[in-house]
Each structure stands twice: as structure tokens, then as C-alpha cells.
Design a protein around this ligand. Structure first.
Ligand SMILES: Cc1cc2nc3c(=O)[nH]c(=O)nc-3n(C[C@H](O)[C@H](O)[C@H](O)COP(=O)(O)OP(=O)(O)OC[C@H]3O[C@@H](n4cnc5c(N)ncnc54)[C@H](O)[C@@H]3O)c2cc1C
Length: 393
């Protein structure tokens, strides 16, 4: 059995789960597939937006990662503490009621899908002042705050210009607005969206950006682009921006700044972009047998921005990488390439959504089309969620 290989996948989010499950379908069982995540559960993050408005519970949008063991995947619940990309050695710290134990795993193939690390503490006052709806705990605390909200100023804030799912804060603002209207608090409530970026979904081009902006403004939300928050005065509930402006709030919902996880920065795997560079088609990092996929990568586009962080890309990259590793081991099939195509739903409230789809590798700039808001796109997202949670678990 000396030709048995070990594939180690770091991260049990979108990219990690799809890589592991696709590899298990394709690789004979003599080859080991190990998936490592610090969390026991996989969270379907797009549905956090429905959790905020009480349409989903944490249980409905999570699945235990150890269900993957039934498929023949070894699931390790622990912190990835050190990566040596040159030797493909990984140190993992597993915690239990009796303490922490460290374990080393050596991989023949290593797939890094550790996502983006949320860094609210880089903006003084931010973490104490508001609810980060990009985490389960923050989305739950925002839901609870909205339930008892009786009117006032709500601010939705992006605390840095680049973050995963560029549509999410715009969707959050529209869904919160919808809930406020349903509770008949609209005559006593004002919603502002302060964004660090110059416009919504800038990578998708000016038409898509203008289209999403008009959806937000049509809902009666005041939009303030190019407002980079520098600090939050928590006692006064006041945001201070780099351009000298300030804004007061009664309820703050924010997207925190993102950075590559500490462990990949310590491993020297990131470049000047702050993210792991990887081949745009194969996701190979340049280290022998080491791939990086999803939000942890920085893939430059010709137009000067990075490929957006989105689950749709993490999923497609995962399928390509899993297929190519399997091809390398078994010799079956042909190499596949990730082509930069992707799509996303834009929830607007009232059971409706818009839908954008396009080629993000098109040159000189991505070619993306935004389809008009309608009920079918909302139903499409509901169906996608159901399929996701049943297909992979
Ligand atoms: C509110 C919200 C809405 C979204 N909506 C959409 C959408 O509609 N469409 C879309 O395409 N995308 C959407 N996204 C983005 C999407 O969820 C991410 O782009 C996607 O999850 C990225 O996949 P990934 O595998 O790169 O990282 P992740 O899914 O973030 O997975 C990373 C995993 O690594 C683990 N991890 C990190 N560091 C360590 C460590 N040191 N040790 C052990 N484990 C570690 C984490 O626990 C996590 O499970 C949304 C995100 C949010 C927050």
C-alpha cells in the first residue's frame, strides 16, 4: 500500500467541504482524505441574512462536520497552528475537557481553504459598539436587538472596502428595512448604509454597481459611499470617518475588516496583497503539492482588483482542485481549469431578489449581468440553500 496518498484539507467551510467530498467520490479508499476545522459545525453563511430577520435558526443553517466521516473522510476538530508549505507538514492543536494536545500531519497534497479572518479589533471601538453579522454570534445578537428595537437610527457599515460576498451588506440593509416596515416602525426609523468602498460590487462593473445602488435607495435607505470608518465612540454611539464626517446610531450592524488567517501569514504564504497567491486556473500555490482556494487567496484581475471573496468561487475552485489531485494520483480523466465564472443572488426583502451572473476573468474587465428583481431569484436562493445542506451532508 506504499502508493497510498494522504490529502489534507485545511478548513471545513465552503471550499474545504466541497474539496473533501469531491475527492472522496473520485479517489479509491486506499487514499486518506483528512479535513481539519476548529469548529465542529459547517455554517451556510448566506443564510445568516435570513437568521438576522428571524427566518432561520442556527440549527437550520448548520451541519455537523463529522457527518462527513460516514463518507470515508477523516474529520479532525482542531486549530491549525502551523503550516510548513515546503514539507506539507501541519501542526494541529486539538482541545478537549482534559486539555490540549498537539498533533502533526504530513500531507502528500495540501489544500488550504481557511477563509478570511475577521478583524474588528483593527478599528478602535467597533467590536463593542455593534453587531458583526458576518459571524453566527453577531448575527444572533443583531436578530435579538432588532426584535426589541422600537425605532431610531440604524446604521449598516462596511469597515473596509473589500470583504467576502460584496452583496451581503446591501442585502442586510434591505432585509432589515423590510423587517422594520413589517413591524410598522418605518415612520420612527432611519436606515443609513455607510460604505468604505466607492460603490456596491465595484468589481462587477458600473452597471451592476448602479443597479444595486438603486435597489438600496429605492428602499428608502440613505447610501454614503467612500466613508472609511477610523474609530467608533461607543459611549456616544458615534462613527468617525477618515473624511472627517461623523454619524450617530442607535443600532449598528457591521462587516468587519478581513485579513488572511494568522497561521498562513506566519507560514510566509501571503504576498503583498495580504492573501495567498495562487494560479488563477489551477489554484496551485507554487509550493509542490500545495493548493489554496476560496477567500484565503488573492487572485489579481486585469482591472486592478482581486477576484471577490465568494462561496460560488470557493466551490468551483474546490471542484477543480479535487479533480486535478485525483487525476494526479490515479491518472484518470483530464486536468480541469477554473474559469472565473460565478453568480450571486441579491436579496431585496419582500420575498424578492435580484441575480447577477458573469465572467470575472473576462478582460479588460469582468462581464457581469444583473437580472431585474423578482420572486424567482429569491426562490432560487431558497432552493440553493436546501440543495447545499442536503448535497454535501
Ligand atoms: C453573511 C454572508 C453572506 C454570504 N452570502 C454569500 C452568497 O450569497 N454567495 C456567495 O457566493 N458567498 C456568500 N458569502 C461568502 C461565502 O460564505 C464565503 O466566500 C465562503 O464561505 C468562502 O469559503 P472558504 O472555504 O474560502 O472559507 P470559509 O467558508 O470561511 O471556511 C474557512 C474555514 O476555516 C476554518 N478555520 C480558519 N482558520 C482556522 C484555523 N487556524 N484552524 C482551524 N480551522 C480554521 C473556519 O472555521 C472555517 O470553517 C457570504 C458570507 C457571509 C458572511
Amino acid at each position: 500500500m506504499s502508493d497510498a496518498k494522504t490529502v489534507v484539507i485545511l478548513g471545513g467551510g465552503v471550499g474545504g467541504v466541497v474539496t473533501a467530498a469531491t475527492l472522496r467520490e473520485q479517489l479509491p479508499h486506499q487514499h486518506r482524505i483528512v479535513l481539519v476545522d476548529r469548529e465542529p459545525d459547517h455554517l451556510f453563511a448566506p443564510s445568516l441574512l435570513w437568521l438576522i430577520t428571524g427566518q432561520r435558526t442556527a440549527r437550520q443553517i448548520s451541519r455537523p462536520l463529522d457527518r462527513l466521516a460516514k463518507k470515508g473522510i477523516e474529520v479532525v476538530c482542531g486549530d491549525v497552528d502551523r503550516i510548513d508549505p515546503g514539507t506539507r507538514q501541519v501542526s494541529i492543536i486539538e482541545r478537549s475537557s482534559t486539555g490540549a494536545t498537539s498533533r502533526e500531519i504530513e500531507a502528500d497534497y495540501l489544500v488550504v481553504s481557511l477563509g478570511g479572518e475577521l478583524a474588528p479589533d483593527t478599528i478602535p471601538g467597533l467590536a463593542e459598539a455593534g453587531h458583526s453579522f458576518y459571524t453566527l454570534a453577531g448575527a444572533e445578537s443583531l436578530r435579538d436587538a432588532l426584535r426589541t428595537f422600537e425605532g431610531g437610527r440604524i446604521v449598516v457599515l462596511t469597515a473596509a472596502p473589500a470583504y467576502k460576498c460584496p452583496a451581503a451588506p446591501y442585502e442586510a440593509a434591505m432585509l432589515i428595512n423590510d423587517q422594520i416596515r413589517k413591524r410598522k416602525l418605518d415612520d420612527r426609523t432611519h436606515i443609513d448604509l455607510y460604505a468604505a468602498e466607492p460603490g456596491p460590487l465595484g468589481v462587477a462593473g458600473p452597471d451592476v454597481s448602479a443597479g444595486v445602488r438603486s435597489m438600496v435607495e429605492a428602499a428608502g435607505i440613505d447610501y454614503h459611499p467612500e466613508h472609511q470608518v477610523v474609530s467608533v465612540d461607543t459611549p456616544k454611539r458615534r462613527l468617525v470617518f477618515a473624511n472627517g464626517a461623523t454619524a450617530e446610531f442607535d443600532l449598528l450592524a457591521y462587516v468587519p475588516p478581513h485579513q488572511a488567517p494568522r497561521v498562513v501569514r506566519d507560514a510566509g504564504m501571503v504576498d503583498d496583497s495580504g492573501w495567498i497567491p495562487a494560479d488563477r486556473n489551477t489554484l496551485h500555490t507554487g509550493y509542490d503539492g500545495v493548493y489554496a482556494i476560496g477567500d484565503v487567496t488573492g487572485i489579481p484581475l486585469k482591472m486592478g482588483k482581486l477576484l471577490p471573496m465568494a462561496g460560488v468561487f470557493a466551490e468551483r475552485q474546490a471542484k477543480v482542485v479535487a479533480h486535478n489531485i485525483s487525476h494526479d494520483i490515479t491518472g484518470d480523466g483530464e486536468m480541469k481549469w477554473f474559469d472565473g465564472n460565478g453568480e450571486c443572488f441579491v436579496e431585496t426583502g419582500g420575498g424578492k431578489a435580484g441575480f447577477g451572473r458573469g465572467d470575472f476573468y473576462a478582460e479588460p474587465a469582468p462581464q457581469v449581468t444583473l437580472h431585474p428583481v423578482g420572486r424567482r431569484w429569491h426562490l432560487g436562493k431558497v432552493l440553493f440553500e436546501k440543495r447545499w445542506l442536503s448535497k454535501w451532508f
